[in-house]
Structure formats: structure tokens, C-alpha cells
Design a protein around this ligand. Structure first.
Ligand code: CP
Ligand code: NVA
Length: 310
């Protein structure tokens, strides 16, 4: 049974097929073939969401499937039923499930106990669906002949701010998997943790990222400046401390000017203008944030079709 819990769950060759199919689906728009006809998929969300929830629900509809929205509160999970039993039961009704939760162990446990594909729609540790949409957005921008994934090779991404986050971890896996250079610029104490290095080891990938506390050094010669909120869902108690120590990593026009002249700005959203990025950068021609958001829909439809076709 194939799951999509982390960026490396699809080989580079499988990812290439997913990206190609996403491009075809984007062309067809709402008229994509109903690859998931008569299927029901669960969408279990323990955390808030705008993009992920809506793009998956719309995408499932466009693929001919029915989406059932679940939360820990409106199911017996909220009254203590185990994840494993929930997985076993829901596997009897559904063709797959999309889960957003805190502890990454929950998606792993669901995948292990159940018998349907599990899609990670964000955990505290990883956000692979966002990364596939981000990489697709870059490949559109760097349009070229030959395999789509080759367009990523050798490009430099600078990730600023919360360098120990689910987004930073997902970039670490992506850079190693797809042959990109990655520079992480964040405060001391926010170095990537050993768990992500363990995933690199398991996948036989090099630890090819660099961590620095110097924002200017991080963005030098970068093709992409990427940032995310300083206070992720679940980190609210640390908000004041984070907002103070991450301030030097805010993406401003001055910081953008240190990167390559044609560098683009990316953010998974939601953004907090005046915090991790200025309004000026968000609104600048370099900003491709809404293409990223749109591509969630097309790329996730392709991922769902790939999982359903297994
Ligand atoms: N980028 C992202 O995952 O957004 P949502 O939290 O709105 O789903
Ligand atoms: N790091 C953020 C991403 C939101 C899409 C969070 O986990 O809240």
C-alpha cells in the first residue's frame, strides 16, 4: 500500500510522472478524467486549514470522488477511540484518507494499521503536499525541454525564519531528493533536528543543506527566497520569543536584493505581513505565492490519482 507521508515516498521517477500529470490536469482544469469515480475519501483535520482543506475537497470532487470531512471532535477519536482502531474501521468504508494533525506518529500509525492510502496534509514535522506544489511552481517558472525534475537541479533555495519547522524539514528532504542547494537562515537553537537527518539516512540521501544564523549569507546567489510563519500551529505559547529572535530573518526588499537578480519569493501561506515578510515583497513581481496556492489543487489531484492507481 502506497502512502504519501513525506517528500521521498515517491521516487524521483514517480515524482516526474506526478508533475507531468499535474501539468496535464492544470490544462484540463475542471474537466479532468474522473480517476476516483465512486470513491469516498476521508479528510481528518485536527488543525485549521484554508488551502489544504479546500484544494483537497475541490480536487476530490473534480476527480469524481466524495469527500467526508472529519475532525477529532466530530468522531470518536475525541472520546478516546484509538488511531489504530479508527484506521481499521475507516479502511472498510473509504478508498483513502487525508490527515492533518500535530504528532507525525499519527499519520504513520494510521498508515500502518489501516489498509488505505494515507496522505499527509501537514504534521508538526512535515508538509509534503505543499512541497510538491512549490516544486511544480518552480518548474513552471523554469520552463525547459526534457524531464521536469531536471529543472530543479543545482538551483539554490534560501529558507528564512523558523528553520526547525515542518516546512524547513520538507525543504531539506526535497533539496536532497531533487538535487537542489539549500541554505537555511535562522536563529541559534533552530537548527534542523536529528529526525530529519535520520530520514535522509534512511533514503540514502546526502545531508546537503547548510544552516547559518546570518540571513545575508543564507540568501547569497539564491534563486528562491522562501519563508513561513514564525509561529506554527502548536507553537503559540512561544509566540513572543519567536517573534523577537526571528526578526533578523524577515524577508524584506533589501534581503531580496542580496539574492540573484531574478530570484523569486515563495511562502506557503498564510502570511503575516510585517512579520516574516513585508507587504512590499508579498506584492512584488518576484512573488509567486498565489501560483503556489493554486498549484496545490492541480498537484494534489495528480498525487491522489497516482495513489488510487496503485
Ligand atoms: N499552506 C497551507 O497548507 O495552508 P493551509 O493551512 O490554509 O491549508
Ligand atoms: N509551519 C506552518 C505551515 C502552515 C501551512 C504551520 O505548521 O502552522
Amino acid at each position: 500500500m502506497k502512502h504519501f507521508l513525506k517528500v521521498t515516498d515517491f521516487s524521483v521517477e514517480e515524482a516526474e510522472d506526478i508533475f507531468k500529470n499535474a501539468a496535464a490536469m492544470k490544462q484540463l482544469g475542471r474537466k479532468t478524467p474522473a480517476a476516483l469515480e465512486r470513491q469516498s475519501w476521508g479528510m481528518l483535520f485536527y488543525k485549521n486549514s484554508t488551502r489544504t482543506r479546500v484544494s483537497f475537497e475541490a480536487g476530490l470532487y473534480e476527480l469524481g470522488a466524495h469527500a467526508i470531512i472529519l475532525s477529532s471532535q466530530n468522531t470518536q477519536l475525541g472520546r478516546g477511540e484509538s488511531v489504530a482502531d479508527t484506521a481499521r474501521v475507516l479502511s472498510r468504508y473509504l478508498s483513502g484518507i487525508i490527515i492533518r494533525c500535530y504528532d507525525h506518529a499519527i499519520v504513520e500509525e494510521f498508515a500502518q494499521a489501516g489498509s488505505i492510502p494515507v496522505v499527509n496534509a501537514l504534521t508538526d514535522f512535515l508538509h509534503p503536499c505543499q512541497l510538491y506544489a512549490d516544486l511544480f511552481t518552480l518548474m513552471e517558472r523554469w520552463d525547459d525541454q526534457g524531464p521536469m525534475v531536471n529543472r530543479l537541479k543545482g538551483r539554490k533555495v534560501a529558507f528564512l525564519g523558523d528553520t526547525a519547522s515542518n516546512m524547513a524539514n520538507s525543504w531539506i528532504l526535497s533539496a536532497a531528493h531533487f538535487g537542489m542547494e539549500l541554505s537555511l537562515g535562522g536563529p541559534a537553537g533552530f537548527e534542523p533536528g536529528p529526525e530529519v537527518d535520520r530520514l535522509l539516512d534512511e533514503a540514502g540521501l546526502p545531508k546537503n543543506y547548510v544552516f547559518t544564523t546570518d540571513a545575508n549569507a543564507a540568501v547569497k546567489d539564491a534563486d528562491v527566497l522562501y519563508t513561513d510563519v514564525w509561529v506554527s500551529m502548536g507553537d503559540e505559547e512561544e509566540a513572543a520569543k519567536r517573534e523577537e529572535i526571528m526578526r533578523p530573518y524577515a524577508v524584506t526588499s533589501e534581503l531580496m536584493a542580496q539574492a540573484k537578480s531574478d530570484a523569486c519569493f515563495m511562502h506557503c501561506l498564510p502570511a503575516h505581513p510585517g512579520m516574516e515578510v513585508t507587504q512590499e515583497v508579498l506584492d512584488s513581481p518576484a512573488s509567486i505565492i498565489f501560483d503556489e496556492a493554486e498549484n496545490r489543487l492541480h498537484v494534489q489531484k495528480s498525487i491522489l490519482a497516482a495513489l488510487a492507481g496503485e
